[in-house]
Design a protein around this ligand. Structure first.
Ligand code: MN
Length: 196
């Protein structure tokens, strides 16, 4: 049974970058709905007792399981997204991630610009990601529910760019949301832990 994980901080912890109002809806309504929809879709099927990553991989690319894939991937993506954020985070990373970012992009500033650009240019709903592809760090974007889990690369960091992630706080200003999250909320300790 797939359960809604606890939010790793209070709903007002990320304010004013992301308001308690946004988290009430984003975590309390959207994330919860993906969990509940997935539960209904897999009840009584051969996926009912599988873990989330297995469900995502088994449903990926199967048109008959599109609903299962979309809800399972959204459950995983959101649980991961919450852990990528913390109050007082953001800015330049430290540790192994810092060295790998410098190697791949030359500077943190260039990396931050590319990550923001991935989020800004994702047409419609989706996600911007930092992933590890083999030994190579890459910035990628995915549409709707799609997730690196389904593509054999390791997610290190994500930013939700669905409108529900920012519209209450930033309306149509997705670039402002991305700038604020990247400079003030990214939990680099979590990203470093994902690298190891
Ligand atoms: Mn979302």
């Amino acid at each position: 049974m797939i359960l809604l994980p606890e939010l790793p901080y209070a709903k007002d912890a990320l304010a004013p970058v992301i308001s308690a109002n946004t988290l009430e809806f984003h975590y309390g309504k959207h994330h919860r709905a993906y969990v509940e929809n997935l539960g209904k879709l897999i009840a009584g099927t051969d996926l009912a007792d599988e873990d989330l990553k297995t469900i995502i991989k088994k449903a990926a690319g199967d048109p008959a399981k599109a609903g299962i894939f979309n809800n399972a991937a959204q459950v995983w993506n959101h649980s991961f997204y919450w852990k990528c954020l913390k109050a007082g985070g953001g800015g330049a990373p430290t540790g192994a991630v810092a060295a790998k970012i410098a190697a791949a992009w030359g500077s943190y500033e260039k990396f931050a610009e590319e990550l923001k650009n991935a989020g800004v240019t994702q047409f419609g709903s989706g996600w911007a990601w930092l992933v590890l592809d083999g030994d190579q760090m890459k910035i990628v974007k995915t549409a709707n529910a799609d997730t690196p889990i389904a593509h054999g690369v390791k997610p290190l960091l994500t930013i939700d760019v669905w409108e529900h992630a920012y519209y209450l706080d930033y309306q149509n200003r997705r670039p402002d949301y991305l700038t604020a999250v990247i400079s003030k909320l990214i939990d680099w300790d979590f990203v470093n832990a994902n690298l190891s």
